[in-house]
Each structure stands twice: as structure tokens, then as C-alpha cells.
Design a protein around this ligand. Structure first.
Ligand code: AMP
Ligand code: MG
Length: 493
């Protein structure tokens, strides 16, 4: 561990030609202050946890105080937004300060979100409000706690600066951490603007920095595409298994590392409903929960299209290779989802008619408006006949549950595992706590109305370790309150 000035910051992305980015100094918010610091993320980066005690910690990361090694830039990218290609997006409110290599020499981007306008702000203010920053901060810790690949957040800072949205809100910043912030849309930008030399340069950079193990392959870019397809299919399988809806699966929000990126109007499913739309502005339901797997494939097809010039000199051959690679997506997704659901149900292996049990379960959960997380956690504690009733009580139509439960019990007979052992295993994959909208809302209201940030600290405790009991937080493990139905979350934040 080392204090900040001993760390080795660099910015390799900034060594690319200027077409890839635009240099910008972050603009600190007025009267800013640190709200929360994530020690786990500091450990990941090799930053001394005590560094946050330094008086100038926030000034350094908002570049109020000059710091060697930072080379702040905004990255340029494009993307398919709600199915339509937008030729130039880019970091309109985020600034990549530097990269830091951890003890295993892996590079991590440090990106300040809400850092003021850039070349890519398209007339907007380059800011993020406290509300959305709290949601991103909490959710990145929650996803990591759930073992779902994600960007991280080193700290959350607040300010007295007024930001104009539908109403005036305080501005805030999150220091986002990720292997890189390169998106599918980064490749699309250079493909659609016919800058194929730059496309190659970006491809070469990505391979060298993040996929060096592929450099010796016969067709490294095809292997890269294959890897992105695999990690993306597995990521989305994890979202589906835990009940997470991203909300804005545009290609500019899709990471080449298969990590969850850009927390906006996300939501965790409560009463199970495949049609669940977490984004209030998604009127068509393009990004409804059940659509995520197919949107994943659409997005990967956009990436594959942008990679065509790198896959083969002959255009027809390139298309053939891309199509063959994309054809693997479905099987990877289905296979991983089946494994995850089998684990959730306490099965030690996937057997042939597993899919039927899962589909039948999802049907009864939907028909009975059962809370998805509560159901699986309750099912994880089936040790006595009374425990069955606890599960049964979650259903309005008890007979439909009994019918499913009988099939489930028969399936369990094929398992050679003690109920106590199974219960322990199931509790490791079925979280007791997820970030329900109302929990974030309580933290937001306290922060906004009372300058009280204690709820954030409490939620970080349970969300970063959501499989544990945390008995003093039982109130967050039950059904959401009635008022939470009225919470609306949309993109503009
Ligand atoms: P998002 O929906 O957060 O993924 O953002 C989509 C695009 O809009 C990205 O290019 C963002 O950088 C940009 N953007 C979103 N909010 C702002 C803002 N307040 N100021 C400038 N650019 C923004
Ligand atoms: Mg985005």
C-alpha cells in the first residue's frame, strides 16, 4: 500500500492521437465535500485507505490541486441509442483522469463523472445530480457484492452547487473505476465515420492493453470479438438470474470488458414480471427486463459490424466470421443462465428438464406477483415443514405453488446433499438484500433534505455483503413499502 503521491498514475489512452479524445480539465463543484469513500475499491487499486484522511484528497481528484500523473481527457465514442445510430456522443460529463496499475499490474481507469462540460456535452451542463450519483455509487457496490461484473466507485462527493433539471438539485460526483471505459460505441465511431486506420489503431490499443493473450492468435480481432460475446452473454445471464434491469442498454453503455456500465434508471425486479420496464422514459419497452438477452445480441451485432474491417480483408469473409461468432451467443447465454438458476434452486448440476422447472417457477411467480428476491431467499431456508409454508405464504394461488413445489421436491431427490448444506449453499447465491428503488430513495431524501448521509453508509454495509444476515437491517429484507410504487426513474439526471 502506498499513499497517493507514491502511486504510479499514467494515461495510456491519452497517448493515442487526439482524434480519440479531447483534453479537458475537470471543473470542481463549488463547496464540494466528500460523502463516502469505498475502502474495498481503494484496496483493489492499491490506494492506502488512509489516503482519504489527507486534507487535499478531494482537491487532488477534482484537480483543484495539480497532481503529477493525471492527464485528464474526455473520450470520444458513438452508439446506437434506442436502436438508432448517433454518430457522436463521447464523455459529455465524465473525465478520465488517469490509469493506475494494481499490484498485479492490471490497469484501472479513474474517471470523474459529473466533472463539467467537454467537447462532447452537446449543450448540456456536464454535471450529475446527487440523486443519480448516489444511485450509481450504491449500485456499483451492490453489483460487486452480488458477484456481478461492474464498474466500481472509489468515492462520492457532494456540493452546494445548484444543478438545473426538472427542479434544482445539488450537484455531485462519482470517481468511477473500471478496467477501461471503452464501449461498443467507441469502435462504432471510427467504423461509421470511415476512419478505418483509426479503427485499427483503437483495436491494436485494446488488444495490447487488455487482451495481450490474444495477440498470438491466428486472428486476434476475431478472438477479441469471441471474448466480448462470451463475457457479455454471461453478464446478461447474471442480470437475468438476479433480476437486474439495466434500463438503457444502448451500445454506448456496453463495455468491451463485459461489466455493467453506466447506471442510470436501473432497477431490480420486485414482484416478478418479465415485462418490467425500469426506465420511465422507455415508452416502447425496448429495454424491458425480458428483452435484455436479445438486446445483448443486437448490441454485439453492432460491435461485430464495426469490427468487420479488422476481421478480414475480404468483406464477405469478414461477414461470415462475424456471423459465425455471433451464432455462439445464444448457447453461451442459455448455458450460463441455466447454471445460475440451478444454483439458485440448490441443484448441484444442471439436468435435462431443468429448464421446465425454471420456466414453470417463473410462470407461478409472475401469476402470483411474488417478490423475486424474497422468494429465492425463503426457498433457501427449507429445513422444516413450516419453512415450506413461509414460501407458500408468498403466493395468492397456493395450489399453483404446491404443484410446482412437488416437482421441485422430486428433483431434489436426485441430489445427494443434506438439506442444511443445500440451504447454506443457496444462501450464498440468493441475496437477502438487493438495492430496491425505495432504499436508494430513502438515502437520497435524507441526503438532499437533511444533509444526512448516514443511510448511504448503512446501505453500503448490507449491499456490499448481501448474502449475510445483517440482523439489525432486517427491515430492508422484506417487501418494499407501498409508497415505493410511485418512484419514477428516468434517464435525465
Ligand atoms: P447516458 O444516458 O448517461 O449514458 O448519456 C448519454 C450521453 O449523453 C453520453 O454521451 C453522456 O456523456 C451525455 N450526457 C448525459 N448527461 C449529460 C450532461 N448532464 N451533460 C453533458 N452530457 C451529458
Ligand atoms: Mg452512457
Amino acid at each position: 500500500m502506498s499513499s497517493l503521491d507514491k502511486l504510479n498514475f499514467s494515461n495510456t489512452f491519452a497517448t493515442l492521437p487526439e482524434i480519440f479524445f479531447s483534453a479537458h480539465q475537470p471543473q470542481a463543484l463549488s463547496d464540494d465535500f466528500l460523502i463516502h469513500f469505498n475502502g474495498q475499491v481503494a484496496d483493489l487499486l492499491g490506494i492506502d485507505r488512509d489516503a482519504v484522511e489527507q486534507n487535499d484528497f478531494l482537491d487532488i481528484f477534482t484537480t483543484k490541486k495539480p497532481f503529477d500523473g493525471f492527464k485528464p481527457i474526455a473520450m470520444c465514442y458513438a452508439g446506437h441509442q434506442f436502436g438508432h445510430y448517433v454518430p457522436r456522443l463521447g464523455d459529455g460529463r465524465a473525465i478520465l483522469l488517469a490509469q493506475l496499475r494494481d499490484k498485479d499490474n492490471r490497469p484501472w481507469d479513474l474517471q470523474l463523472k459529473g466533472a463539467g462540460p467537454t467537447l462532447y456535452s452537446r449543450g448540456s451542463d456536464g454535471r450529475a445530480v446527487l440523486r443519480s450519483s448516489i444511485r450509481e455509487y450504491l449500485c456499483s457496490a451492490a453489483m460487486h457484492g452480488l458477484n456481478i461484473p461492474t464498474t466500481h466507485a472509489l468515492f462520492l462527493s457532494g456540493s452546494r452547487e445548484e444543478i438545473y433539471r426538472e427542479q434544482i438539485e445539488p450537484g455531485a460526483m462519482v470517481l468511477r473505476v473500471a478496467p477501461s471505459h471503452i464501449r461498443f460505441g467507441s469502435f462504432e465511431y471510427y467504423f461509421y465515420s470511415q476512419r478505418h486506420d483509426d479503427l485499427k489503431r483503437l483495436g491494436a490499443y485494446v488488444l495490447e492493453q487488455y487482451y495481450p493473450h490474444l495477440l498470438a492468435e491466428a486472428n486476434p480481432y476475431l478472438s477479441f470479438l469471441n471474448e466480448v460475446i462470451e463475457v457479455t452473454a454471461k453478464l446478461i445471464a447474471k442480470w437475468q438470474a438476479v433480476g437486474f434491469a439495466h434500463g438503457v442498454m444502448n451500445t454506448d453503455n456496453m463495455s468491451i470488458h463485459g461489466i455493467t456500465l453506466d447506471y442510470g434508471p436501473f432497477g431490480f425486479i420486485e414482484q416478478f414480471d418479465p415485462q418490467y420496464i425500469c426506465n420511465h422514459s422507455d415508452h416502447q419497452g425496448r429495454y424491458a427486463f425480458s428483452k435484455q438477452p436479445e438486446i445483448g445480441l443486437f448490441n454485439l451485432s453492432c460491435l461485430a459490424q464495426a469490427l468487420l474491417p479488422l476481421l478480414h480483408d475480404d468483406a464477405d469473409e469478414a461477414v461470415k466470421l462475424a456471423k459465425a461468432a455471433l451464432a455462439n451467443y445464444q448457447a453461451i447465454f442459455v448455458g450460463h443462465y441455466a447454471e445460475l438458476m440451478a444454483e439458485k434452486l440448490g441443484f448441484t448440476c444442471v439436468i435435462e428438464n431443468e429448464r421446465k422447472i425454471v420456466t414453470a417457477l417463473l410462470d407461478v411467480l409472475e401469476a402470483n406477483h411474488v417478490d423475486y428476491t424474497l422468494f429465492f431467499r425463503t426457498l433457501s431456508q427449507q429445513l422444516s415443514a413450516e419453512d415450506k409454508n413461509k414460501c407458500r405464504d408468498l403466493f395468492i394461488d397456493r395450489a399453483s405453488f404446491d404443484q410446482w413445489y412437488e416437482i421441485y421436491q422430486n428433483r431434489l431427490l436426485q441430489e445427494n446433499v443434506l438439506p442444511e448444506t443445500r440451504s447454506e449453499q443457496m444462501k450464498k447465491v440468493n441475496p437477502k438484500y438487493i438495492l430496491r428503488n425505495y432504499m436508494a430513495e430513502i438515502a437520497i431524501r435524507k441526503a438532499q433534505d437533511e444533509n444526512d448521509y448516514s443511510e448511504i453508509e448503512d446501505l453500503m454495509k448490507i449491499l456490499s455483503d448481501p448474502f449475510k444476515e445483517h440482523s439489525s437491517y432486517e427491515h430492508y429484507a422484506g417487501h418494499p413499502p407501498e409508497w415505493s410504487k410511485n418512484i419514477e426513474v428516468s434517464c435525465s439526471s
